[in-house]
Write a protein that binds this ligand. Structure first.
Ligand code: IPD
Ligand code: CA
Ligand code: CA
Length: 264
């Protein structure tokens, strides 16, 4: 069983607490599908409530740290070197439609470096966590990226742009290029879990653009600590600033990048 640091314990406890509320609300959402308007107001309330729980728990444990949260934005902290980066509900569209695939994502950045990440899928009770230099884990089991080396037996994940999001044409070219050479492409709808699944060796790789820091911060730590590589689609280091991400096992990161860029 992996030894969890006090920091990881704080992050896990906060994620679990927020997730308990989300699971209760998810039960309601399933009932609300039949109404014409659907459960959208209810889901925004559930999302904000989960964020308040996370804020309360994280501030209680580390009162001086800064916060970057999806719903409430930046909160400055007296401690300028530490910042939590939080998505209270990643996979909102799934949640809204009663699809049981969503997560709470919590990362800690120290001196502008990602230090620790927790991604919790409460439906499957899968707690993915990682700390720089300490490895990545699923519940108590050590994670390692997949060992597959060939594109044609590799499974990839992505995010499909939707209405109001740019670059549909570029995405279709990328998808075409990967479809033609791989065993398959999935779009499960929660970026934090897509990265966690690369760390767990379930996918060989994952790419997406147009993301926000809270979608990817925790997952980046997971992939790195499981022995994978994460860059922007162009191969650069600024994933959080650009919202562009390419994560893969050590064998296929370069090949997937070339395939995507050749397709675009
Ligand atoms: C979204 C999910 C999705 C990705 C979107 C994100 P949200 O986050 O991670 O997989 O494709 O771009 O915005 O809105 O569910 O927190
Ligand atoms: Ca998100
Ligand atoms: Ca969200």
């Amino acid at each position: 069983m992996a030894a969890r640091s006090p920091l990881i314990n704080v992050m896990i406890a906060a994620a679990q607490k927020a997730a308990r509320g989300l699971i209760r609300d998810f039960g309601e959402v399933e009932q609300l599908q039949v109404s014409r308007k659907g459960p959208s107001d209810f889901v925004s309330t559930a999302d904000r409530k989960a964020e308040r729980t996370l804020r309360r728990e994280l501030v209680k444990a580390r009162p001086n740290y800064a916060l970057l949260m999806e719903e409430s934005g930046e909160t400055a902290g007296a401690d300028v070197s530490n910042r939590w980066i939080v998505d209270p509900l990643d996979g909102t569209t799934n949640f809204l439609h009663g699809i049981p695939h969503f997560a709470v994502s919590v990362a800690l950045e120290r001196d502008r470096q990602l230090l620790a990440g927790v991604v919790y899928d409460p439906v499957k009770d899968e707690m993915f966590w990682a700390e720089k230099g300490q490895g990545a884990y699923l519940n108590g089991r050590r994670l390692r990226v997949s060992g597959r080396r060939e594109l044609d037996d590799s499974l990839f994940a992505t995010g499909i742009p939707f209405k109001g999001v740019r670059d549909h044409e570029a995405f279709l070219k990328q998808l075409g290029a990967v479809m033609a050479v791989s065993a398959g492409v999935r779009r499960l709808g929660a970026a934090a879990l897509d990265l966690a699944y690369v760390a767990a060796g379930r996918y060989e790789g994952y790419w997406e653009t147009g993301l926000q820091p809270w979608d990817t911060a925790a997952g980046i730590v997971l992939v790195r600590e499981a022995g994978g590589y994460v860059t922007t689609l162009e191969g650069g280091p600024d994933m959080l600033a650009t919202g562009s991400i390419l994560a893969a096992n050590d064998q296929l990161h370069g090949t997937l990048g070339k395939t995507l860029r050749a397709g675009a």
